[in-house]
Design a protein around this ligand. Structure first.
Ligand code: FES
Length: 105
């Protein structure tokens, strides 16, 4: 599954991830800057926030209640904010493009 990460300075990195991992796991393993993931993927910290590219917003699985509650705590939350640990990578998400924030809080 090919993913594109754009950091806060606009630098672009393409990464290929195996299926089934979360977007957060892939990003942290690849050393993508801007993803802290303090809670390790338990949907309890909101420091894995990413901004989803407009064309992808509607293609992601809907925001579950736990994610919605935690997003309330995300710094600089935007309409396209998601928690990367709650996005499971499936073949449908091939090409997913997200921007990482400069700071998570
Ligand atoms: Fe903590 Fe995603 S890693 S909410």
């Amino acid at each position: 599954i090919n993913l594109v990460f754009i950091d806060s300075s606009g630098a672009r990195r393409e990464i290929t991830s195996p299926e089934g991992q979360s977007l957060m796991e892939t990003a942290t393993m690849a050393g993508i800057p801007g993803i802290d993931a303090d809670c390790g993927g338990a949907c309890a910290c909101a420091t894995c926030q990413v901004y989803v590219a407009e064309e992808w917003v509607g293609k992601l699985p809907p925001i579950a209640e736990a994610e919605a509650n935690m997003l309330e705590f995300a710094a600089n939350r935007q309409a396209n904010s998601r928690l990367a640990c709650q996005i499971r990578l499936t073949p449908e998400l091939d090409g997913l493009t997200v921007t990482t924030p400069e700071f998570q809080f």
